[in-house]
Design a protein around this ligand. Sequence first.
Ligand SMILES: Nc1nc2c(ncn2[C@@H]2O[C@H](COP(=O)(O)OP(=O)(O)OP(=O)(O)O)[C@@H](O)[C@H]2O)c(=O)[nH]1
Ligand SMILES: [Mg+2]
Length: 501
Amino acid sequence: MTTAFNEHDPFDGARTYDPADSVADTEVDATLASPSHHVDGIPEQGQLELEERYALRRVAGLSTELEDITEVEYRSLRLERVVLIGVWSSGTQLDADNSLIELKQLAETAGALVLDGLTQRRSKPDPATYVGSGKAAELRDIVESSGADTVICDGELTPGQLRQLEEVVKVKVIDRTALILDIFAQHARSREGKAQVELAQLTYLLPRLRGWGESLSRQAGGRAGGGNGGVGLRGPGETKIETDRRRINSKMAKLRRQLAQMATSREVKRDQRRTRQVPAVAIAGYTNAGKSSLLNRLTGAGVLVENALFATLDPTVRQARTPDGRAFTLSDTVGFVRHLPHQLVEAFRSTLEEVADADLILHVVDGSHPDPEQQLAAVRTVFAEIGAQDVPELIVINKTDAADPIVLKQLRTRVPGAVEVSARTGAGVGELVRAISEALPTLEREVRVLVPYDRGDLVSRVYEEGRILHEEYTGEGTALHAMVPDVLANLLEGFATAETR
Ligand SMILES: Nc1nc2c(ncn2[C@@H]2O[C@H](COP(=O)(O)OP(=O)(O)OP(=O)(O)O)[C@@H](O)[C@H]2O)c(=O)[nH]1
Ligand SMILES: [Mg+2]
């Protein structure tokens, strides 16, 4: 890569930050000695080049592969042309690359064309411009020469960082959180899903309002932030930003009310299932792990399967039966991702409660991914956030048909008891069904009863809801030895024969 801090660079050496300009500036760490900071002092060109080369690394093979040229033209009409940038502050280089590859998948899922991807090794993101200011200027050159119109950063940036980086690179800058929110917005179908996404977007937007645009709004934001109210800004002098803020707040309140209502109707359905004592199994896991494919394989549900992240946003619930005939429900859920924006976790809380409320979680992981363990860990973090950490978990390693045998072998020792399947070929699915059956709580009780002939209703219920192990017609009534749900067992208690008392 060429470094190009040249004479035409209007920012080079002259770049200053106005301390009143940004929230981020209050967090500037004076001891942060990244090589990039030398740029402001105009170091020697040769030394600079070496440092730059070391620090800003292009991730190979990251640009979107296009099938043919017409696709390029078609896309350029409606899609954004993006450059990705990530700050790599911990973990190995492979981790950093994997993270940027995932960012690429996210960007493409959102409909963007990825032109380039770069990472910078740095002890932590620059408080002002995310990447160091020197790297930011270099990034601007890449943006310029590639004709990109958007930069996507692999993290959540402060409003100040977004704005200051934007000032350097001269194109729109968005962060990973905004990107994920955008994908969710594009994929939401149901009324509830749409409301949840909108609430999350507004939550994200609210603190960022002042980062946008003119000095007036910035000023208003700054003063309000200083605790000194909007003196002189209210009434006739009220700024647009305050009106916007108020509008957003009331819209959010309205969405919360609507969501609460929708959650109630779902709660009712869940209660119905509970009183019928049908155990609930939730399929959860990292996005694109093959959760919907597995639901289809297990129940023939015909749920949307797509090689895209976050294809499923609305939970689907299906009925299923264990090989020995016990009914249970199986639900597909929204996929998780590393650093799932907390605004989304909050907004989707009621949907995610399906997982927390389940009797068993099928935790699906993509065995063909280079680092499935990291995905397992990321998903468990979300489980903890939604209070699902105590639900029994059955790990399902999917895509074994495409998985690297070495990764699989490693995974086997690290996650004992996992079931290996391929939703695509059907391999291992029989074993999975047996494992589900074993792991499901037996809400059944064994009963030995003698039911008088005038209580044929109870006998029919045993036929419908339970499993009969032995039946005999005696002088006094029907003698049954059966496995029945708890509720029915209670009704039959009065007819128990001596053996079960
Ligand atoms: N090779 C292979 N591909 C699979 C398998 N299962 C699913 N896939 C593919 O993986 C991609 C994602 O599958 P989905 O079932 O949509 O995954 P998901 O977990 O529901 O994804 P989201 O809803 O987006 O979170 C699709 O392209 C599937 O065809 C498998 O066993 N083997
Ligand atoms: Mg899905």
